[in-house]
Design a protein around this ligand. Structure first.
Ligand code: IDP
Length: 222
């Protein structure tokens, strides 16, 4: 983890979504690409079969060379995945800092989360890289989503090496969550934004619209 004052940081930030399928993490990652030109890499674009976690981490590390902020887009819904990305990126980029984009999953809220995520994925499934709803039945999709919900482990701030944990709500619109993420990044790391104007409401609306409607995923072949 990076040394020194967070307010002086202007690079080597990794956004680590903590999520299940359909929370909106890719949508926010893409909106950040559109708004700030930051990096974004989806785990499903790792084409190798062996050593996928290592390839994913190495790709994030490489992207940090040219991007001040990179979103490590996979669910990271278990502690071991989060430890893996933090440890492996830190080995090549020792001053990297990790920000959890934390879709809070309280067990008591599971039914609301199920409803929100299923509605999104089933409505627009063909646009989802992991699910590719067109090729799967609804029951099969729901089963895959349930697996992630069941295995989900909440972030433990004491025991995990995040520099910042941004809590967001999987049941609200991605537009709302995007604004919270940008606000908290700006409050904690003003140096990331010093060369650019902050986005307006209309800019954020347009970025979400682009991420949801114009971007098409690059499907993995297997
Ligand atoms: P994930 O990366 O967390 O699995 P996304 O792929 O970003 O989730 O979103 C799942 C689906 O829901 C996509 O088809 C996306 O376009 C759609 N979606 C994302 N955010 C919203 C929203 O705020 N309202 C409605 N649909 C959304």
């Amino acid at each position: 983890n990076g040394e020194g004052d967070a307010k002086d940081v202007s690079r080597n930030i990794v956004i680590v979504p903590v999520a299940t399928i359909g929370c909106g993490k890719t949508t926010i990652g893409l909106a950040l690409v559109k708004l700030f030109g930051w990096g974004h890499f989806q785990n499903d674009n790792v084409k190798t079969k062996k050593g996928r976690p290592q390839v994913f981490a190495d790709t994030i590390s490489s992207l940090l060379i040219t991007n001040p902020v990179v979103t490590a887009d996979r669910n990271n819904h278990q502690k071991r995945e989060r430890d893996q990305i933090i440890n492996d990126v830190s080995r090549t980029v020792p001053d990297a800092r990790f920000v959890a984009m934390n879709y809070v999953h309280d067990r008591a809220n599971y039914d609301n989360i199920r409803k929100a995520t299923r509605d999104r994925v089933l409505a627009r499934g063909d646009n989802h890289q992991t699910i590719q709803a067109g090729s799967k039945g609804q029951d099969e999709i729901i089963e895959i989503m349930e697996g992630f919900m069941h295995r989900f482990q909440p972030v433990d701030p004491q025991d995990e090496h995040f520099d910042l944990i941004i809590d967001i709500d999987p049941t609200v619109e991605s537009r709302e969550n995007l604004e919270v993420v940008i606000e908290q990044l700006h409050n904690n790391y003003p140096g990331l934004f010093k060369d650019q104007d902050m986005p307006t409401d209309a800019d954020m609306d347009a970025a979400i619209d682009w991420a949801m409607n114009d971007y098409k995923p690059d499907f993995k072949i297997d």
